[in-house]
Write a protein of this length. Structure first.
Length: 432
């Protein structure tokens, strides 16, 4: 039998042995981490020597920006945005969404928006049908990840082209690699992401539009659209109709962002752009009755027109040609808006695009769901019916000749949606 002292010595030996093993393992792990970081630094330096050096291009490249929007500029820009070779990427902070700038090898400059945040594992959110939600539950549906706006921006572009408006710059979905996207990011997280094994990131790439200016519509435009005043000259009438077109478009996308005055952008020809639809579909696939408050305009207008029991007054003047265009997408039209959208967007590499939608559906911020894409298509058609219903209500109240206003002859040539859409397909070949 072992003595008590021998037993103690034996236990102490085992303890020391395991402690030494533990120290050795800790040392091995520590050295492995150090070695990994040294390896990543070497790889990072090797990659960045190709011209992308943490966002600083090694020569001052002449860049080309967009100064007009037309079918011709789509044919010129979209192939480059979709498949062009990227020479430079930089991040920039402006507004809510996560954005970056891109310069292509031919000098075209663009901005980019992300579709979704990075995740180490595959994102597999529960697919849900809006029809399974009660009207009460629908009130709590809201966008999550509001800074990831690429998918709504891209849908807005294809709705613009479906309506033949051409007030949004050319854009497209595409994939870029983590090596490209995070080349500019000198933060620790950017360092980690660009040195992971190569993976594809879905993004929305938007042609860089130059010479824009912030120009929120004035109070007299509100008085015009509310039919509180009459006898405006042709120029003021056209300005009011452009604002009306913009608010109707925003309603179709459930985009409430133009409540802020800084989102009212004009081009160099003094025409309003349909700028920034990244926060579209704010309340999910289907519209709520309160979404018609988008027709109240920006904050100042809401403040002016609110009264006890009424949040704001909705506009009641609309462009005749645009109303007829929308009616063509209703029940009696040759195409629904959903059908036109699918036809326009089918060529996009990220089609159907709605797969990136993620929403919160209750008071909790924990459960995230993704709605079926057909819910969004049906929702667009419902919005068409709602806006036409609002216009009919205005006609009953004020009579058609005051509500539906034809465009002045001098401005008709500028309305792209009155032109016959060209049948020519955009020939897009992937650059080798």
């Amino acid at each position: 039998h072992m003595t008590t002292h021998e037993t103690y010595i034996k236990k102490r030996f085992k303890l020391d042995f395991f402690l030494n093993i533990k120290k050795i393992l800790v040392l091995v792990i520590f050295l492995s981490i150090i070695s990994l970081f040294i390896f990543m630094i070497i790889i990072n330096k090797t990659y960045n020597n190709t011209g992308l050096v943490n966002g600083v291009f090694d020569d001052e490249t002449f860049v080309i920006t967009l100064d007009k929007i037309s079918e011709e500029t789509d044919y010129e820009w979209i192939p480059v945005l979709r498949y062009g070779k990227i020479s430079k990427i930089e991040g920039y902070l402006h507004g809510l969404s996560k954005k970056f700038t891109v310069v292509f090898s031919n000098g075209f400059k663009a901005s980019g928006k992300l579709m979704e945040p990075f995740s180490f594992w595959e994102k597999d959110f529960k697919k849900v049908d809006i029809h399974n939600y009660t009207n009460f539950q629908k009130r709590y549906i809201r966008r999550t990840w509001a800074d990831y706006q690429g998918w709504a921006e891209l849908i807005g572009f294809y709705v613009d082209r479906s309506l033949n408006i051409y007030k949004k710059p050319p854009m497209t979905g595409r994939y870029i690699t983590n090596k490209e996207l995070y080349s500019y990011d000198d933060s620790f997280w950017g360092f980690v992401l660009r040195n992971l094994p190569t993976y594809d990131i879905p993004v929305c790439i938007i042609a860089w539009y130059s010479e824009m200016k912030i120009k929120p519509p004035r109070k007299d435009v509100l008085e015009n659209l509310l039919l509180d005043r009459e006898n405006f000259n042709d120029h003021d009438e056209e300005t009011a109709l452009q604002v009306s077109d913009t608010l109707v478009f925003d309603f179709l996308l459930d985009d409430h962002d133009r409540i802020e005055k800084h989102n009212w952008m004009k081009d160099k020809l003094n025409g309003y752009l349909l700028w920034d639809s990244g926060l579209g579909f704010a309340h999910g696939p289907y519209p709520l009755d309160k979404d018609l408050d988008i027709l109240c305009g920006h904050k100042d207008w809401v403040e002016i027109t609110k009264s006890p029991g009424i949040k704001c007054r909705r506009i009641c003047k609309f462009r005749k040609e645009f109303v007829e265009k929308i009616k063509g997408l209703g029940h009696n039209g040759t195409h629904r808006l959903s059908t036109s959208l699918q036809i326009e967007s089918k060529i996009d590499p990220l089609y159907p695009i709605f797969q990136y939608n993620i929403y919160l559906t209750g008071k909790s911020k924990l459960e995230k769901v993704s709605f079926l894409r057909d819910n969004f298509y049906h929702g667009l058609n419902k919005r068409v019916r709602l806006i036409l219903g609002h216009i009919d209500g205005c006609i009953k109240q004020y009579k058609e000749e005051r509500v539906i206003i034809p465009t002045s002859d001098q401005y008709i040539p500028k309305l792209h949606f009155l032109r016959e859409k060209k049948k020519k397909n955009i020939i897009i070949e992937k650059q080798q």
